[in-house]
Design a protein around this ligand. Structure first.
Ligand code: ZN
Ligand code: ZN
Length: 75
């Protein structure tokens, strides 16, 4: 499946240019809900934060893990 998605870390919003999302399906009648199989995260830290806070909003997971949101200084 081809689908465009923002290649940004779910936790800190840092761009992840080499992220290639793989989709299971479009989510109809499936537990994947049309989301990529591998989450888009920039680092192991963000991956751990993502996985350890399941059920919480992304922002809260980031704060709990002590990760700062990514600021793009090139804008
Ligand atoms: Zn990140
Ligand atoms: Zn699926």
């Amino acid at each position: 499946m081809v689908k465009t998605i923002d290649n940004k870390c779910f936790i800190c919003q840092k761009p992840v240019p080499d992220y290639r999302p793989q989709f299971c399906c479009n989510g109809i009648d499936c537990g994947c809900m049309g989301l990529p199989i591998e989450p888009c995260v920039c680092s192991d830290n963000c991956y751990v934060a993502l996985m350890s806070g399941i059920g919480k909003p992304y922002n809260e997971r980031r704060e709990d893990a002590g990760i700062d949101i990514y600021i793009d200084n090139n804008k």
